[in-house]
Design a protein. Structure first.
Length: 339
């Protein structure tokens, strides 16, 4: 009886092995940069600055990697939501100039929080419309997706020109976030520290939703096998719409952070960052939030270090990083989508 029970008992489900090797890349890069730079204070300043840039890139790219990985949609119009989110934030902050110019950090953060919420919700709503009108007719047709989403980006930029004008707009930081916190020879810019906190909150929140909730389970299952999710009775189409809305909202939030980082705003504000976003999505692995986070940190660190050490190399450093990663792991650091 005991032998029969032992034979009938199911085998333990093997645990997925955690791949720690890609996590060593930013550590090795940082140590190598420290040896080349020589000055620990300069290295720390560059590293913290890079982390702030990396968090902004991650916030923008995280929504795109989900859309890319889950929906199999190549959305070149993602940059439109970055610009629209930034303009929505500017529209909210304009009447709140008193809150922005006061020395009260609480009022400064309240104004920024309100602008960020409006930008996120506004671009999320536009994302729902964009998915219904532009994306839905071209599911599964990558060439048409590229053409039609590029067209959507051009239309959005021209619409912003028509509404707000083609001149460069000022997007100043609030008084309480100007300057830096000085600790000895180290200067930590206040706004960059805030951006790092926001990026980490977004990352932890996405990881919690994807790994600890039912909707996250469905999203991850949809990345692996959308047909099976539909066969189990779940409305994968509604899930697609929700993911696209969240991705668009994150682009709007990232656009707000990026505009404040630059302190200027134009309709083409997304042009500079979108190349980095695509590189991060490819490096991280389609559909992988963790890979996207790691890729954003790597790209930002390499860009900052190389700009300090060899400025001309900085122009091609991120592309070279992508090439080297793909030669090592053609599907990215942490691939999820098996397409």
């Amino acid at each position: 009886m005991t032998d029969q029970t032992a034979k009938a008992a199911p085998a333990d489900i093997p645990r997925a092995k955690v791949d720690f090797l890609p996590l060593l890349l930013p550590v090795v890069l940082a140590i190598g940069a420290l040896l080349l730079i020589g000055s620990p204070t300069t290295w720390l300043t560059l590293t913290l600055s890079a982390l702030a840039m990396g968090m902004m890139i991650f916030v923008i790219a995280s929504g795109m990697t989900l859309v890319f990985g889950l929906m199999d949609v190549i959305n070149f119009g993602h940059g439109a939501f970055i610009a629209i989110g930034a303009y929505l934030a500017m529209t909210v902050l304009a009447p709140l100039s008193g809150w922005m110019s006061t020395d009260s950090l609480a009022m400064n953060l309240s104004a920024l929080a309100l602008a960020a919420v409006v930008a996120t919700l506004g671009t999320g709503a536009l994302g729902m419309l964009f998915e219904r009108v532009i994306i839905r007719p071209v599911y599964g047709q990558h060439l048409k997706q590229i053409l039609i989403t590029m067209g959507g980006l051009i239309v959005a930029e021209q619409a912003l020109h028509a509404v707000f004008g083609g001149d460069q707009k000022a997007m100043p930081l609030p008084t309480g976030l100007r300057g830096a916190i000085v600790m000895g020879d180290i200067a930590l810019e206040k706004y960059r520290l805030l951006v790092v906190i926001v990026g980490l909150v977004v990352f932890v929140g996405m990881q919690m939703v994807l790994n600890r909730t039912r909707i996250g389970l469905l999203i991850r299952a949809g990345v692996e096998n959308s047909e099976m999710v539909e066969a189990l009775g779940y409305r994968i189409r509604r899930l697609f719409i929700g993911v696209f809305v969240v991705g668009s909202g994150l682009a709007g939030l990232g656009g707000t952070l990026w505009a404040l980082y630059r302190e200027t705003l134009t309709a083409g504000i997304a042009n500079d960052v979108m190349v980095l976003v695509f590189i991060v999505v490819i490096i991280g692995g389609l559909g992988s939030v963790g890979g996207c986070f790691l890729g954003a940190v790597l790209v930002a660190l390499l860009a900052n270090y190389s700009a300090f050490l060899v400025p001309k190399f900085a122009l091609v450093s991120t592309v070279l990083l992508m090439v080297l990663v793909l030669l090592w792991r053609p599907q990215g650091l942490y691939p999820v989508a098996k397409r």
